[in-house]
Ligand binder design. Structure first.
Ligand code: ATP
Ligand code: MG
Length: 290
């Protein structure tokens, strides 16, 4: 029996009793550095169905971000997928032309990274930047796009959307900026959102609010999420499944409850021991003794 306790009935699984088709399949993906001819990521596999949340944890430099970037088709220069396959909504991304990628990015798969500054233009007000995403990706007219951008700023629980619309990135706090980024990332109604350390820089209260927001999106829109975090409590709270990475390898992969309650690999045991002080327990439901 599997005990996926918290989040077993996301919105979109209602329509069919069979397992829904995956929106993202990552199969034994290997990533290499062309310059040094070294393999950096040695085979990562996971599957996302609508409303499912997969977490990736593990030490710095273990390949979490590279794995995410591979799925988004934005590996840094001289990195390449050297093995395995990635499918987005049934399409192998190796077959995508640049034009198809442009259509897919934002509209089907989208991402929020830790460094907001690099994704928003500091010299343009944030509202028009979101409106532009909506205009280009959803084909809305300027006025409708503005209206939609305001709705999105509201949806990410920014208190004064009209004001934020007219502000520049330097006028916003870290938490506000992160919300703006999420608004931009979900502007074209993606089916998959990758959140790579998206809440790391934020204080605990703001972080909790952003996590609630992601959980809402998953419930309401059936958004599938990949959540990369150093914080095991975040993963415990939000994810169905977790991958534990070390030095480019997935050392453990399974339902969050199982992995965090009964870690098999010594590295996972170490990670959990380190996190015990943060009160990981309170995010895990008690194991069914049966
Ligand atoms: N743009 C880049 N140029 C050169 N090397 C890189 C680049 N991005 C990643 N690497 C290397 O690839 C390896 C994996 O990096 P990656 O960013 O995926 O790690 P990570 O698990 O996301 O780490 P962190 O938790 O610190 O974000 C690291 O050894 C890193 O040095
Ligand atoms: Mg990273």
């Amino acid at each position: 029996m599997t005990t996926l306790s918290k989040n077993t009935a996301p919105a979109q699984t209602r329509t069919t009793s069979a397992t829904p088709a995956p929106v993202l399949s990552v199969r034994d993906v290997r990533i290499g550095d062309r310059v040094t001819d070294r393999e950096i990521v040695h085979g990562v596999s996971f599957e996302l169905t609508p409303g499912k949340v997969v977490g990736i944890v593990g030490e710095s430099g273990s390949g979490k971000t590279l794995t995410c970037r591979a799925a988004l088709g934005i590996l840094p220069p001289h990195f390449e997928v050297t093995g395995g396959s990635i499918e987005i909504a049934g399409t192998d991304i190796a077959t995508l032309t640049p034009a198809r990628w442009t259509a897919l990015r934002g509209a089907t798969i989208s991402a929020v990274f830790q460094d907001p500054a690099s994704y928003l233009n500091p010299s343009i007000r944030v509202g028009p930047q979101i409106a532009e995403v909506v205009r280009v990706k959803k084909g809305l007219k300027r006025r409708e796009a503005r209206h939609r951008a305001l709705e999105l700023l509201q949806a990410v629980h920014l208190r004064d959307p009209e004001l934020v619309y007219t502000q520049y990135t330097h006028e916003l706090s870290g938490g506000m900026l992160q919300r703006v980024l999420i608004a931009a990332a979900i502007a074209a109604d993606p089916r998959i959102l990758i959140a790579d350390e998206a809440t790391t820089a934020l204080d605990v209260t703001v972080q909790a609010e952003i996590l609630d927001l992601l959980a809402d999106l998953r419930e309401q829109a059936g958004l599938a999420l990949v959540v990369v975090s150093h914080d095991l409590a975040v993963v415990a709270q939000l994810c169905d499944e977790v991958l534990v990475m070390r030095q480019g390898e997935v050392v453990e992969h399974g339902p969050v409850e199982a992995v965090f309650h009964d870690p098999r690999h010594e590295y996972t045991q170490l990670l959990i021991a380190e996190h015990e002080q943060y009160g990981l327990e309170k995010f895990l439901t008690p194991q069914d003794p049966s």
